[in-house]
Design a protein around this ligand. Sequence first.
Ligand code: AMP
Ligand code: GLY
Length: 658
Amino acid sequence: VTNVLVVGNGAREHALAWKLAQSSHVSRIFVAPGNPGTASVAENVPVAIDDCDGILRTVESCDIGLTVIGPEAALATGVQDLLRSHGHACVGPDEYGFQLEGSKSFAKEVMERAGVPTARWQVFSDYDAAVEFVCLFDGSVVVKANGLAAGKGVTVCGSTDDALVAVREALLDWRFGSAGRSIIVEERLEGIEVSLMCLVDGTKAVALPVAQDHKRLLDGDAGPNTGGMGAYAPVPFLGRAQVDALVEATVTPVVADLARSGHPYRGILFAGLILTDSGPYVLEYNCRFGDPETEVVLPLVDQDLFLLLQAVADGSLPAHIATTANSTAAVILAAHGYPAEPRTGDVIEGINEPGNCLVFHAATAINGDGKLRTAGGRVLAVVGSGDDLHQALAAAYASPIRFGGMHRRGDIGHHALGLGYDAYNHDTANPPSTKMRIAVLASGGGSNLQALIDAERAGFLQADICFVVSHDVDAGSLRRAHDAALPHAYVPIANRRDPVSRRAHESALVETIRQRSPDLIVLAGWMLVLSENAIRALNTPIINVHPALLPVEGEPLDVPILRGAHAVRDALELGLPYTGASVHYVIPEVDAGPVIARESVTITSVDDEASLYVRLKLVEHQLLINAVKQLAETRDQMRGAANRTESGTPSIHSSHHS
Ligand code: AMP
Ligand code: GLY
């Protein structure tokens, strides 16, 4: 029996240590530096992942027979070469092989030589040359930092404008530091992404079950890229023969190329694939186990992981890896503010009743008080398993683990449920509904949202509240949506005062809303101004509730028009005899779109902001419900109008343009 060292401190390493602990050939397992989760299945040693000397010392002092390196940051130090030069077995490619992950241009050159399909690409350090290439592909390109940028160096562009901004930020503004001093611009491919992880023993590549990662933060694959919000395995529409064909097309030729170069690859080779209409293409290689893929793949392996990894190091892998017939699904529980500014220190509850799940720790810590707390962005991976994906997902989502500000996606695996490869591109997230679909954007408490929910539940309003969004994770509106079992999402904004974060937030917002294809968008206490671009991109009627009277042509008012965020306070300060509430269409100019309905509210001598606000709210609720009801009833008319250009903003009254 042998002692094993796992280098790393995330959920991937917890899963590795957990699986290795099942081997009868393993005596002690050490994890450097590990986390509270690995401490439950192994012994943590306080050595940082990039401390090569510390790792070598640990291998020698703990009599380690095999070292498995988790993170790319550890491989990037070349510790695997150091260990081997001292005669220690290690899973992980040498410095030459690691360039497959560490240098995108190296990877592209190898693929080209080996005949592996990959997006057409070019490396640039010159801005003007990059611009030319972008224009060649009409802006349908992906801009990538050439070096390691911790998963953040990739911009998928939808237009020439987007692409030019990305190129400028990387090459002229040095957004990715030295990792982006040269960039790769490549053609953008369309298809399904899957993660193919192979064990490679120098000459042979053997596939583990294929998994699918969910990189975007929000449901419907919207929002910013993250380190991975969930995964499932196996991918149901890829049978054994298809997986073998994928390995032959995308991994074996590269393994052969490296062997020919005198650098046989011994480690994990992870191909990030995109399955396009014209076959599989490689998006990237990683030289390590994927995270969160490892957490779903290892529980399916029906073989001694230690023996497999030893075979990687020795060059003696079997032709196939035995797996169970089960399915697994991992749901990542992420911290408040992830990925921009994850909050740490929230107490984790319910972890001692994992139910039918495996729980792997990604970023947790136990403080002086003995409580388990969040300690980073991705906190825990909850892995359910079952006979099929449905069961696996049900188990993972039944987990009672909670912490303050916790975010998890609600749609892991949704693409694969009951679908084949071909069916994959069709959106099943939005089953056809005959009712008008309403998306509600509410920053705060959500009382207007509640009014809509209540009206719908009471049968007064024939509408389907298909989506609720807030930019505040603790918003009452999200709680109300949750309590009413309505689909909802938190779309974070890194910094409300920074135009770049505002823009990023807005595009995430637009994307996530468009996924739900609403017929109407209701701003119900939405504190951010939608830009003209966003309004145009949403291409859906948007209505807003405003706590003041807005102008209607031919119906003059004898009080001033109060626009903006302080309309209630302004009405009091101006000593007006009355104010009111309005529901109006949203146009780029703030509070200036056509009015759908309005009603006045008397101001009394004893009113303060709070008392006036209470009465205004009641009127707002009634106006909103009535407006939505009317819109629902005149929906066909509205739908036709929505397709017109912005000059034809629809109104159910005669048009009141201001
Ligand atoms: P990478 O770090 O290279 O895997 O890129 C991160 C993500 O960007 C991938 O998972 C894809 O979703 C996307 N991506 C990268 N390259 C392309 C491409 N050529 N076409 C379309 N999407 C891409
Ligand atoms: N899940 C993708 C990665 O590990 O890079």
